[in-house]
Design a protein around this ligand. Sequence first.
Ligand code: CAA
Length: 381
Amino acid sequence: MNFEFTEEHLMIQQTAREFAEAEIAKSAVERDINAEFPSEIVKKLGELGFMGMMVPPEYGGAGLDTISYILAMIEISKVDASVGVIMSVNNSLVCFGLEKYGSDYIKEKYLTPLAKGDKLGAFALSEPEAGSDATKQKTTADTEGDFYVLNGIKNWTTNGVSADYHLVMATTDKEKGHHGISTFIVEKGTEGFGHGKKEDKLGIRSSDTCSLTFQNCRIPAQNLVWEEGKGFNFAMQTLNGGRIGIAAQAIGIAEASLEAALKYSKERKAFGQEISKFQAIQFKLADMAMKIDAAKLLTFKAAAVKDANKKYYKEAAMAKLYASKIAVECALEAIQIHGGYGYVREYLVERYLRDAKITEIYEGTSEIQRMIIARALLDEM
Ligand code: CAA
């Protein structure tokens, strides 16, 4: 067992940290308040190679491993978790699946600009009546000559407003249940494809989330990803990787919470001394640091298992479940240490709590992660 990062890993971490501090931090508060999408930042992330980190260079990516991706995700999310989720969806939910299962045509036409960051991707699985129970897809895709015709509604789509290319799960054969679901690429601007209003969210407000509508939306047959009937499998595989990315996002928020709490505890005086001198505060700081380390161990383990091309869905579920839980706990403790100041916008910790909460919900709720872990344990018996 080796707990050391390589020189390359440390360089990527440093690059991400410097970029986040120089380019993301200054506008994060305003963008949160105004729910403003960080278009310029996303463009620069693409130039750095952070929008297609694990895609081979022949398809416009940086050709890095999952550990590198996690290191970068933590640094970016520490400064702005909204930017973190935009980056995570493009890398894990869009590029990963297209690289693994896309045809040469798809890799050339769609994956390459996505991995370079010239185009942005979204992933549309959830529907009004198919959230956690994702096998119950109602969106349909019927064949019509060399086209598929899509009808239905998707919701909670991250990057839904801004994305150029959307990966959409739809049923091609109702009789086959989830084995009759397929994945398609739908381009922004396709006739019959629209989106709902940008959701007014509690947190990650500068990322955009919306519903998508398909009304007799005709797309070329070559935009089918992998094969008919493989769409649910595709979604589950991509979500496994996505969950590691969300675990990293949660760790970033938890680290930001701890750093803010440490700083404030040394500045704030009460009863004649810095509050960091009180054991009540020290115990909170110690617990936060321990939880963050444990979340990192789970997340880097999941990333290492994935990089070793072994089954990693249980590890990914554990990483996301734990990291999201401790992100909420650390943000709450940071607010508690700040007292009243933690409850107002002037200090950043209230945003950390708002941003942390979604990590327990999207890409599979904590309840779904527990279900996946328990099933894996029982299957292993
Ligand atoms: N990895 C690989 N395959 C998996 C899997 C995983 N983690 N979880 C389930 N599967 C496979 C099963 O092996 C099974 O395959 P076969 O039928 O071929 O054998 C198939 O999926 C169906 O699984 P189950 O029979 O266990 O079906 P279920 O309905 O009892 O459970 C589920 C399925 C695990 C609950 C699944 O529906 C699920 O993961 N739900 C959560 C969906 C989710 O994460 N949604 C987030 C959407 S994206 C988002 O959040 C928005 C965004 O933009 C960020």
